[in-house]
Design a binder for this molecule. Structure first.
Ligand code: ADP
Ligand code: MG
Length: 581
């Protein structure tokens, strides 16, 4: 028997699930679905983002509603327009073999009359943002007095956004005997309160540790002076040429500003926040999904729950005000079994907050250094070389080869390579060669040697099966050094960097002079920028890389066309939160 059938799901859903390529239920689905199918019970389900919560409530909801009746039977509340659409689309996919079942999404920023018409045509399931739902209730455009099921999705975030009163009011229009299903990634006390207030002895399901992030995500932090935040962000991006990232800022203004700066500096970046029009947000998300945008700068709310696979890095440009939110941010990466990195840029005064986050995610952060200009140049050079090696040859050039050969005939291969790289690379290099150390100077206890520290380049990396821990072990072992003698190990795809006290320099070079690992020569070079904190001067700014895409032209600020999920006139005092969407 199919594993979804075994949970008690009917043929139509199983077939649709098959089409979607789901092979087995996720843990939260396995736990929630049988309960929700068998019993009419309230439930609180906690599972981190990306664990398939939508199907965990979507499948049973679809099974339970009567598709032959047009009455609205299920209401799903979700914090943002993007999530509403995402959920409605998923539900439509799940129910595509069930004739007559209609799911309608309602949210702010779009015509309320169109949405009202959709509902009038019959909607057994409505997916709504609380603000718009309230409006529609007040205008008598919906009738939820007969619903049997109410789902509160991303409950923690809805409460964060100040939707408590709306939820309260909406639920007062629903019958007492309905079932309430609450899904959340975290369980702050506000969620516990809502569970107490609106639910009757709910069953509780927890997947993994409460409030724990994905195990595929590693967490890093970087300490810089506040004024260097933006420059540090650029370095992190440049040190990861294949980056596909979500960058979180605290406010809409910062989000817009950082995105504009990045675009100005030639990156494929865009902003996503609640001041953009609906069209702009759709355009941004589309460009992000198909990789025209490499760096999506977003507020927490706008990016909440957005489900894009393959995000390589989450960068916390600033830490969130509520540390619980960190789980959601880092959950944007490490999805679908892939690994991801969540980076936090902090100033010295914020370091203690890292400890609080560690307690919540139950994982340790690794303190890392903002890469030096020299290091970034090395990374980019190798990246370019790899790209060239991997490139497929375009034979349309063949016709011009004789004349090109003539121009280049006097150069050796080596010279050609050098020239080629100079053309491609000089601007980058010129920009970074003057770049200063961005790491906030610290009271250096561990690297406190009188002789300073030496940074090395080594030509083994991830593709040789190393990560920073295994490479550190490998180095310690072969160099016969102690636990703290090898540090700042930074593993890239085909090479890595590390530091030792300079007193070990001769030994390091000697050991690796003719070192062979699995048939390959291992080379070590001293990275030119080996000493840190030498007070190099120079400013980050102005470099225009090759990243600018011609495909996507970001629009200006979305001033006029405000997309407020509350669909109305900001009735309540929400000033404090208002800049975070
Ligand atoms: P959450 O709400 O917990 O953050 P989603 O419901 O958005 O997670 O699901 C994340 C992704 O996983 C979606 O792309 C969804 O289609 C996919 N997914 C859900 N359940 C399964 C499954 N059983 N097998 C494979 N993929 C799944
Ligand atoms: Mg979800």
């Amino acid at each position: 028997m199919n594993k979804f059938e075994a949970l008690g799901l009917g043929e139509a859903i199983v077939k649709a699930v098959n089409d979607m390529g789901f092979e087995a239920p996720s843990e939260v689905q396995e736990k929630a679905i049988p309960i929700l199918l068998d019993e009419d019970t309230d439930i609180v389900a906690l599972a981190q983002t990306g664990t398939g919560k939508t199907a965990a409530f979507g499948f049973p909801l679809i099974e339970k509603v009567d598709h032959t009746s047009k009455i609205t039977q299920g209401l799903i509340l979700s914090p943002t327009r993007e999530l509403c659409l995402q959920i409605a689309n998923e539900l439509k996919n799940y129910s595509k073999y069930i004739k007559g079942l209609r799911t309608v999404a309602v949210y702010g920023g779009a015509s309320i009359h169109d949405q009202s018409k959709e509902i009038k045509r019959g909607a057994q399931i409505i997916v709504a943002t609380p603000g718009r739902m309230q409006d529609m209730i007040n205008r008598r455009m919906v009738d939820i007095s007969n619903i049997g099921y109410c789902v509160l999705d991303e409950a923690d975030e809805m409460l964060n956004m100040g939707f408590y009163e709306d939820i309260n009011a909406i639920l007062s229009h629903t019958p007492d005997e309905k079932s309430t299903w609450l899904f959340s990634a975290t369980m702050p006390k506000e969620v516990a309160t809502i569970a107490k207030r609106f639910m009757q002895t709910p069953k509780e399901i927890t997947v993994g540790h409460k409030n724990t992030g994905s195990k595929n995500v590693s967490h890093e932090y970087y300490v810089v002076n506040s004024r260097d935040r933006y420059a540090a962000l650029k370095r992190l991006a440049d040190a990861n040429p294949d980056i596909f990232s979500v960058i979180f800022c605290r406010t809409k203004r910062d989000t817009q500003k950082v995105a504009e700066q990045l675009i100005g500096d030639g990156y494929n970046a865009a902003a996503l926040h609640g001041d953009l029009s609906q069209n702009q947000r759709d355009l941004v998300m589309k460009s992000f999904r198909n990789r025209q945008i490499q760096m999506l700068v977003a507020t927490d709310v706008a990016a909440r729950g957005i489900d894009v696979d393959d995000v390589t890095h989450v960068i916390n440009y600033q830490l969130p005000d509520e540390i619980e939110t960190y789980t959601h941010r880092s959950g944007r990466t490490g999805r679908a079994g892939k690994s991801g990195v969540s980076m936090v840029i902090v100033s010295k005064s914020e370091i203690r907050k890292i400890k609080s986050v560690e307690r919540i995610i139950k994982k340790a952060f690794e303190k890392k250094e903002i890469p030096s200009g020299e290091e970034i140049c090395q990374v980019q050079l190798f990246h370019l070389a790899n790209d060239i090696a991997k490139a497929e040859i375009n034979h349309e050039i063949d016709a011009y080869l004789p004349s090109i050969n003539e121009v280049l005939e006097d150069f050796s291969k080596e010279e050609l390579i050098k020239k080629f790289f100079s053309v491609e690379f000089s601007r980058f290099h010129n920009y970074y060669k003057k770049a200063k150390d961005l790491n906030a100077v610290r009271e250096d206890s561990r690297g406190g040697s009188k002789n300073g520290s030496t940074r090395y380049f080594i030509n083994v990396g991830e593709k040789d099966g190393f990560d920073w821990m295994t490479l550190k072990d490998f180095l310690k072992e072969n160099l016969d050094l102690g636990r703290d003698d090898v540090n700042r190990v930074d593993v890239k795809e085909s090479f890595s960097f590390f530091n030792t006290d300079s007193e070990h320099q001769d030994k390091v070079l000697e050991v690796f002079e003719s070192f062979v690992l699995e048939g390959r020569n291992v080379n070590i070079e001293i990275s030119k920028d080996s000493g840190r904190n030498r007070g190099r001067r120079g400013r980050d700014g102005g470099f225009k890389g090759k990243r600018r895409s011609d495909g996507f032209k970001p629009r200006g600020r979305g001033g006029r066309d405000r997309n407020d999920d509350r669909g109305g006139n900001g009735r309540r005092d929400r000033k404090k939160r208002n800049d975070r969407r």
